[in-house]
Design a protein around this ligand. Structure first.
Ligand code: ZN
Length: 265
């Protein structure tokens, strides 16, 4: 399982202030401040004797740093909530079928024991198993399958632009400029956005959905500073938010195309 706890531990209270460059995802593309610290125009600051991260800016290199307006900060409990939400609901690359055991996912996709029709070689009704099997409907065609026979679709495609998967998970938490629109996003937003300090938005344009807001920038900057963006991307690609049940007929190859080029390849 991906483990992002190092990010939480890193922000523990120190008796000196710390700053690191602001990084973000803008329209599906990674962006960082230029050059050395003296050239930054945006940064994340943690004051001495605090664990709260605040986004700051200055008018030009060498000017005074000020909090952005409106102010944007992330507390350590909010960071812990985000780390827990990702750690507890994400899987390694080859382990994403483990989502079939995830309680949140099972509830959302209506996993339940259901009676199925069994027929023998002569076409006559055959005995069903004594215990009804766990089943799940295909998200597209609604046909019910046993869990063993359903395939798991990566909504932002595996091997595609990793920043799209990060934005998809962050969007459900109110950390992008664009709003969630689908039922799953709205479901998770209602449960988790407030706990991570996310902010609801109204835009539904694609570019805003794949651009982080100020709160999202703070989180993303921390993961980039700690060289954890790769771990974050793997976790988001294989997160409950990005996985849905599709039958093998509906889950065709190349069904999900990337919205933006994968600049890492
Ligand atoms: Zn289907």
């Amino acid at each position: 399982m991906p483990n992002l706890n190092a990010a939480h531990l890193w922000t523990n209270i120190k008796n000196y202030s710390r700053s690191f460059a602001r990084s973000t995802i803008d329209q599906g593309t990674h962006v960082s401040e230029n050059g050395t610290m003296s050239q930054w125009l945006r940064r994340i600051n943690i004051p001495a004797n605090s664990s709260t991260m605040t986004l700051q800016s200055r008018p030009m290199a060498g000017g005074n740093w000020n909090n952005v307006v409106p102010a944007a900060s992330i507390t350590q409990p909010q960071l812990q909530a985000l780390v827990n939400f990702i750690n507890n609901n994400a899987y390694d690359d080859e382990q994403h079928r483990m989502v079939l055991t995830n309680g949140i996912w099972r509830t959302f996709y209506n996993v339940a024991q259901r009676a199925l029709v069994y027929v023998d070689h002569n076409g006559a009704p055959a005995a069903a198993p004594a215990v009804l099997p766990d089943t799940v409907p295909c998200y597209d065609c609604n046909l019910v399958h046993t869990l063993a026979n359903i395939s798991i679709d990566h909504q932002r495609p595996i091997g595609g632009n990793p920043y799209e998967a990060i934005c998809k998970v962050f969007r459900c938490l109110g950390l992008t400029r664009g709003s969630v629109t689908g039922p799953k996003g709205l479901h998770f937003q209602a449960l988790h956005m407030a706990t991570v300090g996310g902010v609801a938005s109204v835009s539904v344009t694609r570019n805003d959905k794949y651009t982080l807001n100020a709160q999202g920038e703070i989180y993303y900057s921390l993961f980039f500073e700690l060289d954890m963006v790769h771990d974050l991307a793997i976790a988001c690609m294989n997160h409950v938010i990005n996985l849905r049940p599709l039958c093998s007929s509906c889950n065709r190859p190349n069904r999900n195309t990337t919205h933006y080029p994968n600049w890492d390849q």
